[in-house]
Design a protein around this ligand. Sequence first.
Ligand code: NCD
Length: 311
Amino acid sequence: MTKPSSNFDHDHLISIADLSINDITTILDLAAYYAAKLEAKADLSNVLKNKVFLTLFFEDSTRTLTSFEMAAKRLGGQVINLNLKTSSLNKGETFHDTITTLNAMHPDGMIVRHSEFGAPKVISTMSDCPVINAGDSWNEHPTQALLDALAMRNHFGKLEGLTVAIIGDIAHSRVASSNMKLLTKMGASVRIIAPPILMPEKLPSENIEKFTDLKSGIKGADVIITIRPQKERMQSALIEDNTYFDDYGLSKEKLGWAKESAIVLDPGPFLRNVQISDDLADDTKQFHYLKQVSGGVATRMAVLDLLAGKK
Ligand code: NCD
């Protein structure tokens, strides 16, 4: 397999909105290439040799942080995970001074997660290296949408023409936000299904259909993405777990309302018996969560290579 060529011309990855159809295809093609290389246990350690990345996670993360670190190391890069709980921010240093200090150490890339909307974008304007958004507030989580797209493309061979239903807390979810942008751009039909209290007021595209009823929303869907109630972004609990499961939780039985060939994705962490029943969560034929996690490393390898690899 030869490495796909690319004319990717971006300094940072902040938002799906900044990417063209061609850019998204380039990332997914390279991710598929790296997935095959990982499968073959190929030595890829030259791609990011001598490159040092900083992960700046101002918000908790398990899988995204590990996935980026794994991706950089698989390509021969080094990663410094900053423990931001012990950072100088707690000693009174301003956010601006922290970032300019780190930038003066000349890292080869910064991977940023922040609870403030737009923080990675601000950091990108203050940095001389590529900045990758690993999730900001409810705004964007571009690499999650890209790895979700890879999982869909791997299964169906395409994105165009798929019907994708996103269920859950659309209002507070950066994953839903990035997915709506990516999927509409790539020609999929996108539906969102949410209780009225978790339905966003504004949508990134006019072509997205809104449903409050699960049955009609998933009818005929090829892909269903479940999104956890993002309680950390709610001022008070807007919905109870058991009511949520009755109305919006997915089980094998309810999945029968979608296409017979439908697959289910979730960015994780997923809540058993709130979002998804145990029987469905344990069925790897229909629930592609672990495939997403594996493909996530390859997707982040592609992004790191395109932004920081040797040109
Ligand atoms: C998501 C996130 O942090 O936005 N998780 C992830 O990155 N895999 C989704 C979530 O927390 O629900």
